[in-house]
Ligand binder design. Structure first.
Ligand SMILES: CC(C)(COP(=O)(O)OP(=O)(O)OC[C@H]1O[C@@H](n2cnc3c(N)ncnc32)[C@H](O)[C@@H]1O)[C@@H](O)C(=O)NCCC(=O)NCCS
Ligand SMILES: Nc1ncnc2c1ncn2[C@@H]1O[C@H](COP(=O)(O)OP(=O)(O)OP(=O)(O)O)[C@@H](O)[C@H]1O
Length: 204
């Protein structure tokens, strides 16, 4: 059975960078944002329920109208909760199937900014929080997405605070543009892989 490692942290903290490093080191990571996009575009139940909640315009030519849904939900906690309630149960099912297919791997990851909020804490064995100070996160997200500060702050407000995330995490990876990132990721992998041996002895 694979050890499942959750990777969480607020928008712009650097989860995707950490997930990419894990991927390079042979650890498959389920990227919730990407999978949620795929599922939302293909699942008929989600399609029906989102149309009923938000209106038919939420899909255009069969594809989710992302800016429309973002404008509808961010800044309105009740709406965010309802949209999450439609999408997250399907993502959870999909993650379970994905992890089941990879059960022979020693380690697999699941990345989500809202891993705890969306009820995934019990789906993973170990939880890692990627941390960066708020001002750095805002800067990074604005630069990456070409978004305004207000839009980034709306998403931050739809996410759990860093304090609560930290209290539920087993490890913290600091990605503050000062602390070296790769040694932390390597230490995490070596800690979780104590009983796995990748290197072959030259004598056998
Ligand atoms: C609202 C949507 C259409 C906006 O799409 P967009 O391309 O602008 O953003 P993207 O999906 O790439 O997300 C970027 C970041 O926004 C934040 N974010 C996304 N969804 C949420 C949410 N429901 N609550 C809080 N923050 C969120 C995360 O930090 C995420 O990494 C999209 O985020 C969405 O469908 N969200 C609901 C599904 C979901 O919760 N996905 C996140 C992981 S399961
Ligand atoms: N240590 C770093 N040095 C330089 N740039 C970084 C660093 N960490 C992250 N970034 C950049 O900051 C931006 C945000 O990082 P990333 O996409 O990994 O965040 P995230 O936590 O996955 O955010 P989201 O919740 O939106 O998915 C990206 O453009 C990334 O390349």
């Amino acid at each position: 059975m694979a050890i499942k490692v959750g990777i969480t942290g607020g928008i712009g903290s650097g989860k995707s960078v950490v997930s990419r490093l894990l991927g390079i080191m042979g650890i498959p990571v389920y990227i919730s944002d990407i999978e949620a996009k795929r599922i939302t575009n293909t699942d008929e139940v989600i399609h029906r329920e989102l149309c009923a909640l938000v209106g038919e315009e939420v899909f255009q030519n069969g594809e989710l109208n992302r800016p429309f849904l973002a404008t509808y939900m961010f800044g309105y906690p009740e709406r965010t909760k309802e949209v999450n309630g439609i999408i997250h149960p399907q993502v959870k099912n999909d993650f379970r199937q994905w992890a089941g297919r990879l059960s022979r791997k020693p380690l697999v990851g699941m990345e989500s900014a809202i891993l705890i909020e969306s009820g995934f804490r019990d789906e993973v064995d170990v939880l890692v929080m990627v941390y960066a100070p708020l001002d750095i996160r805002v800067e990074r997200a604005m630069r990456r997405d070409g978004s305004s500060k207000d839009l980034v702050m709306q998403r931050i407000e739809a996410q759990m605070s860093d304090e609560v995330k930290r209290s539920q995490a087993d490890f913290v990876i600091v990605n503050d543009d000062e602390t070296p990132l790769i040694p932390q990721v390597l230490e995490l992998i070596s800690l979780l892989s104590k009983n796995n041996h990748y290197l072959c002895s030259a004598k056998k």
